[in-house]
Design a protein around this ligand. Structure first.
Ligand code: HXC
Length: 271
């Protein structure tokens, strides 16, 4: 997948170059297309990071590539960690604290998806996606909670818009993402008094991502003209939103779902 960031982001973006200096971000799904670029932006703007994945080689290589973006940056890649297993996440958190000192920000982005109609979707297939997306998001916060509490941290869940209306062949993902929104909203209220913020980012059609490769049929090419803003989203659009939500500029923002989709869902996500 393309569309990664380089050093020019620091001068091109609206953000101060050292806005996250001394901060640490913990990212599940960080070797995937969207969460990788979220991590890149945080690292380019001063943070250190741990990225979590199931594929060891991919996760470790991606971590090295992100680390090379900023001299002095530390980025740990921990493969063989499955978000369905809270204990493997707890070990990853312990390792991060040992190596990087703490965790300030959490991106719960690990997700699984495929197109499948209800008739062919097995109970186990439904459960797999719910377990990766929803239970995995819960487990991520569970494992990071003490760090979030100690450091008055912030969480971003990666959601979607497809549960705002009915999307065929996506009943499993729609149900999981609706649950993630509900989880985030509840945590925003529970965690508010602790100084922890919880928000979701709901990407629309983001160019060059695994999600689009899996979900958009080749015949969908002309659908760009149907998106009100007349273009597909970029991973940088998601990165910018991530930086905003973690930055002090969003210190009074919690319990929101930030839709980054060029108003696509308002027209029913038509392709
Ligand atoms: C129907 C399928 C299937 C498919 C798997 N299954 N793929 N059913 N159609 N294409 C079924 C299997 O047959 C099995 O059920 C069950 O799902 C579990 O499959 P496993 O392969 O054992 O599970 P696992 O190895 O854990 O893989 C999880 C996965 C896989 C979700 C199925 O696709 C995955 O790991 N994906 C991770 C990467 C990914 O999807 N990234 C995209 C994220 S994009 P049975 O009954 O046979 O046992 C994204 C965007 C969302 O999330 C927003 C969109 C707008």
């Amino acid at each position: 997948m393309g569309n990664t960031l380089d050093q020019s982001y620091v001068t091109r973006s609206a953000w101060k170059p050292d806005i996250f200096k001394g901060k640490v971000v913990f990212v599940t799904g960080g070797a995937g297309s969207i969460c990788r670029v979220q991590t890149e932006a945080m690292v380019l703007l001063g943070a250190n990071a741990t990225i979590i994945g199931r594929n060891v080689a991919k996760t470790e290589t991606t971590a090295k590539e992100i680390e090379s973006l900023r001299p002095g940056a530390k980025v740990i890649g921990l493969g063989n960690v499955d978000v369905r297993d809270v204990n493997s996440l707890k070990k990853a958190v312990d390792h991060t604290v040992e190596q990087l000192g703490k965790i300030d920000y959490v991106i719960a982005g690990a997700a699984g998806n495929f197109l499948c109609d209800f008739n062919h979707l097995s109970s186990n297939a439904f459960k797999s996606v719910i377990s990766i997306d929803l239970l995995g998001s819960f487990n991520t916060v569970k494992a990071c909670f003490e760090q979030l509490r100690k450091n008055k941290g912030a969480i971003i869940f990666v959601s979607a818009t497809l549960h705002y209306y009915g999307v065929p062949f996506q009943s499993h993902v729609g149900a999981a993402k609706a649950g993630i929104d509900a989880l985030s909203n509840a945590l925003a209220v529970e965690f508010g008094p602790l100084g922890i913020r919880s928000n979701c980012i709901a990407p629309g059609a983001i160019d060059g991502t695994e999600g689009m490769a899996r979900l958009a049929p080749p015949s969908a090419t002309p659908f760009v003209n149907k998106i009100p803003l007349q273009r597909m989203g970029t991973t940088e659009d998601i990165a910018d939103n991530t930086v905003y939500l973690f930055s002090p500029a969003a210190s009074y923002i919690t319990g929101t779902i930030s839709v980054v989709d060029g108003a696509w869902w308002h027209i029913g996500g038509v392709m």
